[in-house]
Design a protein. Structure first.
Length: 525
């Protein structure tokens, strides 16, 4: 039974879902990094919110960890490259608090437009400063969205309902999606010039860090009001303070800060500045939703292999997983075979699918091929870290999908580029379930790839099989299965034999010494 640790406070429904899905769960919160390191090795999964920091140091002690699930959107507290290198899937729950965060952005926009926090403090202090708080209407104003993904699209929908004009900057926003949302797509510079209000809804990356820099803030319309409910670090906070003090920026509302918790900050006390303590996801509904989602996602992965909302591996639904499982087994064996047989440094790899395989999600098949290929050199490689390691080593990976159906109803072909030229292997599924090799380096040969095997290239000549059998028999090695393929009679032949035990170097030397043998290698699957 897989075992999961919930290390941050989470709705009780999360633990309930784990238990219902057949996953053992411990709820141990508030641990220091040292305390977490001492216990993390006992768990297959880790469910967190924002308090637990999953560092490279923590991951080095997570000897059994397979998956991390963040109940929420931001994963700044997880070292994703280190998790990927270790083969740990990292998931988030991007939809559980989308409405809550979008509504908070709208609420802060109202607060800025009508100076609600300051008016509240003044009125409750016994003042009646009606003339001091002169606000602006939202109707007819232009809202600039920086980031038009899930949360940004909800904000746009609500703003359009308020009769605002909505413009958007998002490199991934297509013209068709912009039309569907009812927003106008434009460059960042144009948005800064036109927007009366700007709201940010983008993750914090190297590309988005300080996207509202001092230089970009200077490009904004005088009196602009800025809202950030996304991530701290998207705005140059010092430049924002200067803009508020000078009056160029008419107001700002931040729910997130570079350093959190932000108990002291130069912006605090600045006129026309509103702050909330990272409340974007803080509603009862959102807390329940993200807890349920993270539990469902982790349980699906640990029990069925389904991958949802993963940040470092292709998604694979619980429905897809059973159908793809035999293909992934085939792909991993083909990757392992070519990895053992191809000599020298590999420069490229192409994964081709045709027939029934071409109708499937190809990313998991590619990841399985890379895992099999790279596991030849390290037994810590899996489908998660294999693409990461391949990229790190500069391996050119190509995916090809063919609509045609050839000799087999489904086929996966793996071709690697080597210093000696391309080397290709291909396989199919028998009965839609059993992986079977059908072609090896251009020669038709059908074989099961399993256990200990012996690969031999020899000249096709009478008597060779008898001499080989005698050599193996004298060494006490029993042959399980025997698979033969050849280019032509009397030409080059390939033998694949399964044997009951590993073939050592001494026996390999005797096989290589047989007349006509060009290559002899021991394989393992």
């Amino acid at each position: 039974m897989p075992k999961v640790l919930i290390s941050d406070k989470m709705d009780p429904k999360a633990a309930q879902i784990f238990r219902e899905r057949g996953v053992e769960v411990d709820e141990i919160t508030g641990k220091t990094p040292e305390e977490l390191k001492a216990i993390i090795g006992n768990y297959d999964g880790l469910a967190i919110r924002s308090s637990t920091k999953v560092t490279k140091d923590i991951l080095e002690h997570a000897t059994n960890l397979k998956v991390i699930g963040r109940a929420g959107i931001g994963v700044d507290n997880v070292d994703i490259p280190a998790a990927s290198a270790k083969g740990v899937v990292v998931m988030n729950t991007p939809f559980g608090n989308s409405i809550t965060t979008a509504e908070h952005a709208i609420a802060l926009m109202f607060a800025l437009a009508r100076q609600l926090p300051e008016a509240d403090v003044s009125t409750q202090a016994g003042k009646w400063e009606k003339n001091r708080f002169m606000g602006v209407e939202l109707t007819g104003k232009t809202l600039g969205l920086i980031g038009a993904g899930n949360i940004g699209s909800i904000v746009a929908d609500r703003a359009i309902g308020l009769r605002m004009r909505v413009i958007a900057y998002d490199p991934f926003l297509t013209p068709e999606r912009a039309l569907e949302m009812g927003v106008e797509k434009m460059t960042l510079d144009d948005l800064l010039l036109r927007a009366d209000f700007i709201t940010l809804h983008t993750p914090l990356t190297d590309q988005t860090r300080n996207i509202l820099s001092r230089e970009n803030l200077a490009k904004t319309k005088k009196g602009v009001r800025i809202i950030n409910c996304a991530r701290g670090g998207l705005i140059d906070e010092a430049a924002l303070k200067d803009g508020l003090d000078s009056g160029h920026i008419g107001g700002a509302a931040l729910d997130v800060f570079v350093q959190e918790p932000a108990k002291e900050h130069p912006l605090f006390g600045t006129p026309n500045f509103v702050a909330t303590p990272h409340l974007g996801a803080s509603t009862t509904e959102a807390q329940v939703n993200v807890a349920i989602q993270v539990a469902e996602q982790l349980a699906d992965y640990l029990v069925t292999g389904g991958v949802t909302n993963a940040l470092n591996v292709p998604s694979l639904s619980a429905e897809e997983a059973p159908r793809l499982k035999p293909y992934m087994a085939l792909a991993e064996k083909l990757g392992g075979l070519v990895g053992q047989l191809a000599h020298g440094e590999l420069t490229s790899i192409a994964i081709e699918v045709e027939g029934a395989a071409a109708e499937l999600n190809q990313k998991p098949i590619t990841s399985a091929v890379l895992a099999g290929l790279m596991r030849v050199h390290s037994d810590t490689v899996n489908m998660v870290n294999a693409p990461f390691l391949a990229k790190e080593r500069g391996l050119d990976v190509r995916e090809v999908r063919h609509d045609r159906e050839g000799d087999y109803h489904t086929l996966v072909r793996v071709t690697v580029g080597t210093q000696a030229g391309d080397r290709s292997v291909a396989g199919t599924l028998f009965g839609n379930a059993a992986p079977r090799l059908v072609e090896l380096f251009g020669i038709k040969v059908e074989a099961d790839l399993a256990g200990h095997m012996l690969y031999i290239v020899n000249e096709d000549a009478p008597g060779f099989i008898g001499r080989l059998g005698t050599t193996l028999g004298e060494a006490g090695v029993n042959i399980g299965t025997f698979h033969l393929g050849r280019r032509s009679a009397g030409g080059e032949a390939i033998l694949l034999l399964s044997v009951d035990e590993a073939v050592d170097e001494a026996l390999l030397a005797k096989v290589r010494a047989l007349p006509g043998v060009k290559t002899a290698m021991a394989l393992g699957f």
